[in-house]
Write a protein that binds this ligand. Sequence first.
Ligand code: S3P
Length: 177
Amino acid sequence: MAPRIILIGPMGSGKTTVGLELASKFCAPFRDTDHMIVEQSGREISDIFIEDGEDAFRALEKIILRTALLEDGAVLSLGGGACLSFDAQSALRASGAFVVYLKISLSQVSSRVGFNQGRPLLMGNPRAQWQNLMNERAPIYEGLSHYICEVDSKSVDEIVSEIEIAFELRGRGDANG
Ligand code: S3P
């Protein structure tokens, strides 16, 4: 068995906030790979990146993702890079979960969250870094998702309702993707 809904998308797209709200609507457990990494390692994500490097972080993330995908019926939010490897993409496809891409534009993401030091991949020029990552990742997010939710200028409630409806439609075989 597997999570029922998996949220993917870039940093700042609202995966954790939306995931928590969705889980509460479904009375389902909520899991977040970043939170699981922090819990399991006892360290902040930025410290792992800076002290051990990105490869070490990705190795940890891979193990955590495997565990998270066993969480039956949960709503699961993935760190922005957790779904990119070939293995992760295969595991997500095999899970049978409803994969939702929270799509956000650069102008919205910067005004929503600002870019803080907790996001090691955005150090230097955060806006340019974010856009560079998106140029590489957007096709993967799109290819993996059953549903793309454009979150620009929508409230959390609107986003959650939209995903709930898409999820129900998929259950009836009406969703595209
Ligand atoms: C990352 C996204 C972050 C976190 C880490 C790397 C990425 O998670 O996993 O900083 O590669 O996009 P959020 O997407 O939850 O910010």
